[in-house]
Design a protein around this ligand. Structure first.
Ligand code: ZN
Length: 240
């Protein structure tokens, strides 16, 4: 994640990634700041955002530093690594559906970025780990795992609106929240979902419960945070 100073302006500047995705801009007319999610797969080197609309846009460059994440080897049910044709088709449907959820970009933008931890517990593995399931390399870990017993209530870390609920092949029972400005959060492997699409949550509202559904080795909450359709490290948002 990068925070880019945009300077003063009467109105909130429109900022897009090089790929054209809208970027969260926080602040006030004295000083605006773009908060950009950087994909784990991004190449180190120079990157940029576009500020303003076509014709009068200018670029702000920033540097992506290399970062090497640790490797994590896990043993899970074989059918969750070598998918059957039916499971592969199910996964692809769910991936396409959730791509639509991830494109959510709503007003207003969040009043603040500091978040509370959604469940108390040990953070059992961290963002960015390169994961090897049953000896096969898979996507890196794109969220924070918090160990907690099945049934532990999960609480909204900031105000948000429920934009998706489902039972997905890898993620199990899942809820997505929209916090505005492309800042989304997801909660996975749930045993219970107590909210429905459209529900508005205040900070601290319980809306689902920890479980062990989907591809897991035991009960925990997988918590993901997304900016400009890019999963970023939830630890960056946790209140000091
Ligand atoms: Zn996880």
């Amino acid at each position: 994640m990068a925070r880019l100073a945009l300077g003063p302006a009467n109105r909130r500047p429109a900022v897009r990634t090089a790929a054209g995705l809208p970027v969260l801009v926080v602040g006030d007319p004295i000083e605006w700041t773009a908060v950009v999610g950087i994909p784990l797969a991004a190449s180190p080197g120079e990157a940029e955002v576009q500020v303003g609309t076509a014709g009068e846009a200018h670029r702000i460059a920033y540097a992506i530093a290399p970062k090497r994440y640790a490797e994590q080897r896990l043993t899970v049910a074989p059918k969750t690594v070598d998918l059957s044709a039916a499971d592969q088709a199910r996964y692809e449907r769910e991936r396409d559906h959730q791509a639509g959820v991830m494109a959510t970009f709503s007003d207003p933008v969040p009043a603040e970025l500091a978040m509370a931890v959604p469940v108390p517990g040990r953070r059992s593995s961290s963002f960015g780990l390169r994961r090897v399931f049953n000896g096969q390399a898979r996507n890196p870990h794109s969220g924070m795992d918090i160990a907690a017993a099945t049934g532990t209530p999960v609480r909204a870390p900031v105000p948000g609106t429920v934009i998706d609920t489902g039972d997905y092949f890898f993620n199990g029972g899942t809820v997505w929240l929209d916090h505005g400005g492309g800042l989304l959060s997801m909660y996975c492997h749930l045993s219970r979902i107590d909210a429905k699409v459209g529900d508005r949550l205040a900070t601290g509202d319980a809306f689902c419960a920890v479980g062990a559904t989907g591809r897991v080795t035991g009960p925990h909450l997988h918590w993901g945070v997304m900016l400009n359709r890019t999963m970023v490290d939830p630890a960056l948002f946790i209140e000091a």
